[in-house]
Design a protein around this ligand. Structure first.
Ligand code: GRF
Length: 200
């Protein structure tokens, strides 16, 4: 996919500018955008996405937030869009359903300024391949009584950065990966935006 930019850059000084990296439905992105809508200090200034038909793009369009569609080659073998993110004045990166591993060039450019949400209680059920329904399937298969969410800083290793926040929920005996995913999504929607606010 070629790099594509949609929308104009806005660089008002008073804002802390946040980029949300998302490539899925974007329900967390939506909650975060709504939470900070009208905020005088924090602005969701950019949506970064690697899928041209992701649901999050519709949300960005409706909210008039600029979009950067990223190309794999540039992301992994170029500058990982560090120059472009700086052009947009981005100070904090929030991963909300972005599955590509963050390259070290981006981590070095944003030390302790990249955070992720994971749909389980890390360090359990993290790492490569542990995303979406794979996480919930594993939690249920292991007979866990409890699951939850982890919001953490991002480092070079999948799901291993310093944790910032966890919240738990029960795993019911009759849960399917879908019913558990729904409960976890509720937790994410409740906590992600306030935790972002707390670290800014
Ligand atoms: C969330 O469950 C999050 O934990 C994971 O990706 C999912 C994104 O869902 N990292 P959505 O696109 O925000 O609905």
């Amino acid at each position: 996919m070629k790099t594509e930019r949609i929308g104009a850059i806005s660089l008002e000084n008073k804002f802390t500018r946040v980029a949300i990296f998302a490539s899925g439905a974007g329900s967390n992105a939506q909650k975060i955008i709504d939470y900070f809508g009208g905020n005088k200090e924090i602005s969701i200034a950019l949506i970064v996405c690697n899928k041209p038909n992701a649901g999050v793009l519709k949300i960005a369009e409706a909210k008039k937030i600029p979009v950067l569609l990223v190309d794999k080659e540039v992301f992994f073998r170029g500058d990982a869009y560090v120059g472009t993110l700086k052009e947009y004045g981005i100070q904090l990166i929030v991963l909300a359903g972005f599955l590509w591993k963050v390259p070290s060039v981006l981590i070095s450019a944003y030390p302790n300024k990249i955070i992720n949400i994971h749909p389980a209680l890390l360090p359990k059920y993290g790492g490569k391949g542990m995303y979406g329904h794979y996480v919930h399937e594993a939690v249920i298969a292991n007979g866990e009584k409890e699951s939850g969410i982890t919001i953490h800083y991002v480092n070079e290793h999948f799901d291993e950065g310093e944790p910032i926040f966890q919240a738990t929920c029960p795993v019911m005996l009759d849960d399917t990966p879908d019913t558990l995913a729904e409960r976890i999504h509720q937790l994410e929607h409740t906590h992600f935006a306030p935790v972002i606010a707390s670290i800014i």
